[in-house]
Design a binder for this molecule. Structure first.
Ligand code: UN1
Length: 512
């Protein structure tokens, strides 16, 4: 390791410990053997955190199940008050928690802070929602009857989250679950235990100020996949929201189905953009740059496939190459860095495998090499890479969590839309066009088949106000805004007879 890497390395550990202390993470949580918490900035182990044993996980789920018995009867606006207090804690802690996200995931500072802003936003949304858990009144066919829907708390909500949005995705689920009356048991990625512990400490603060939060309202399971399986298989957990790869979803989905538990699956994406003949290329270049290179290509919404109209290809692609060559890769804590490290060696290997397949398929690779000399030899910084592909083949058909953008030409919009939809995943998508017909076609029934479809903005960086999630191998779940809250509650249809007759529905007669 070089001298500067050693210095930097000391910096990461010190910064992390200082933040954890300020946020109130107890020292005992950071001591002893257990799970290694690392930083991709240097690849070093920051500390070890105590891992949850299977027996402890079961006890934690039991505590959450008892918490449900009281929390479900707390009036929803009062439950919202707890989330409001959490939002206050998050506002105060925004810079610290944002930097901790950067240290643990390697995303740049503005994205680390942006992630905490996303938590604040969903909390604010949930507070308002706590007075708007509306059911319908429905016209009934029977005289002197009333029919209505009521929404009730569902039960314990399990959350399994991924390393790339270590705290925001938890909050999309948890903020809604809390106001909907559900305790939350959280199994964060084993790659990001520190941000989870920090969030847990902020929850403790909010709970302290709230006063009478039942024990078990928020539980944390620190460890590997086995703990996720416990959460998935435990009959006391009514709904599991799982974010991760499609492979993970294939394992989790059937197990939840086997016990008729509710699943909210937010799995892989293979998101595309179409750049049409009429596109505003200045705007498209900026949007593509953020969507494809931002977060070092490690978002589920990252732009991975670009279909460029033949008539603008030779103007757009050289500009993109320039932008790719000039984007600063480096320590994500520095103000001018746009691209931080990959999460680990495995991510780097996966990226190199994909690039080898690109070459085998006759694609041309621009960039993608490892940059030595930043962060030492256990850190993986790479140049973002554009791959000009003759066809949509090989690695283009799957998600590789790295800053790889596959670029292809098209002539007819129909053909571009067909290729756009011809992959397993169905998360996010966009078109760059100033042609109203093309824009509307892309958003129509016969256009993009994704859960998110945009015009003249990239596929990533969604706001929390909309429902977030996708179709096909993305899993079909929806989280965050719109009416995603309904997944955390159970619906009852109620019919009330306030008359003296007993008319049967459908005109059935049964006179006794
Ligand atoms: C993810 O990568 O799992 O739309 C979530 C976005 C973010 C969330 C990404 N708001 O890019």
């Amino acid at each position: 390791m070089t001298e500067s890497a050693t210095l930097q390395s000391a910096g990461v550990r010190d910064e992390a410990f200082a933040i954890l202390a300020r946020l109130g993470v107890p020292e005992r949580a950071l001591a002893g053997a257990g799970l290694a918490a690392s930083s991709p900035i240097t690849g070093e182990v920051i500390t070890h955190v105590g891992a949850t044993s299977p027996a402890q996980a079961s006890v934690a789920i039991g505590r959450a199940a008892s918490a449900f018995n009281s929390w479900r009867s707390v009036p929803a606006p009062r439950r919202g008050e707890f989330v409001r207090l959490l939002a206050e804690e998050l506002r105060t802690a925004k810079d610290d928690l944002g930097l901790l996200v950067t240290l643990e995931t390697g995303k740049i500072l503005s994205e680390g802070r942006g992630e905490v802003q996303e938590m604040i936003d969903i909390c604010d949304f949930a507070v308002g929602l706590s007075r708007q858990l509306y059911g319908r009144t429905i016209a009934t066919e029977r005289a002197n009857h009333r029919m209505m829907e009521t929404w009730h708390p569902l039960g314990v909500c399990g959350v399994i989250s991924a390393f790339n949005f270590p705290v925001a995705v938890w909050s999309w689920n948890a903020a809604l679950a809390f106001v909907c009356g559900d305790p939350v048991v959280w199994k964060p990625s084993e790659k990001t235990p520190l941000t989870a512990l920090a969030t847990q400490a902020l929850l403790e603060r909010a709970a302290h100020r709230f006063g009478d939060v039942p024990a078990g309202l928020f539980e944390l399971l620190i460890g590997d996949r086995e703990l996720g399986e416990i959460l998935v298989d435990d009959r006391r957990v009514a709904v599991v929201s799982a974010t991760g790869s499609t492979a993970m979803g294939r394992a989790v989905g059937p197990r939840l189905a086997a016990r008729f538990a509710r699943a909210i699956l937010e799995l892989g994406g293979n998101n595309a953009a179409i750049v049409a003949r009429s596109a505003d290329l200045d705007l498209a270049v900026r949007a593509i740059a953020f969507a494809a290179m931002g977060t070092a290509g490690q978002r589920c919404t990252t732009l991975r496939r670009l279909f460029v109209h033949d008539s603008v290809y030779d103007r757009l692609v050289p500009r993109l190459k320039q932008v790719y060559a000039s984007a600063k890769v480096g320590d994500p804590r520095l103000a001018d860095t746009l691209i931080g490290p990959l999460i680990d060696a495995r991510a780097f290997d996966g990226m190199q495998r994909a690039l080898a397949e690109v070459r085998d398929a006759g694609g041309v690779v621009h960039g993608g090499n490892r940059i030595d000399g930043i962060g030492g030899d256990r850190a993986f910084y790479v140049c973002p890479v554009l791959c000009e592909m003759p066809d949509q083949v090989g690695p283009v058909l799957r998600e590789t969590f790295a800053p790889i953008l596959y670029v292809m030409r098209y002539r007819e919009l129909d053909e571009a839309i067909r290729l756009h939809n011809a992959v397993g995943a169905g998360l996010s998508s966009c078109i760059f066009t100033l042609d109203m017909r093309e824009a509307e076609r892309f958003l129509s029934t016969t256009g993009s088949d994704c859960g998110i479809a945009n015009v003249n903005i990239g596929p990533s960086g969604a706001e929390i106000g909309g429902a977030f999630g996708g179709e096909k191998e993305t899993g079909g779940g929806r989280e965050a805004g719109s009416d995603a809250w309904k997944a955390y509650m159970r619906r009852a249809t109620n019919t009330i007879n306030f008359g003296t007759e007993l008319p049967l529905a459908q005109g059935v007669r049964f006179d006794v």
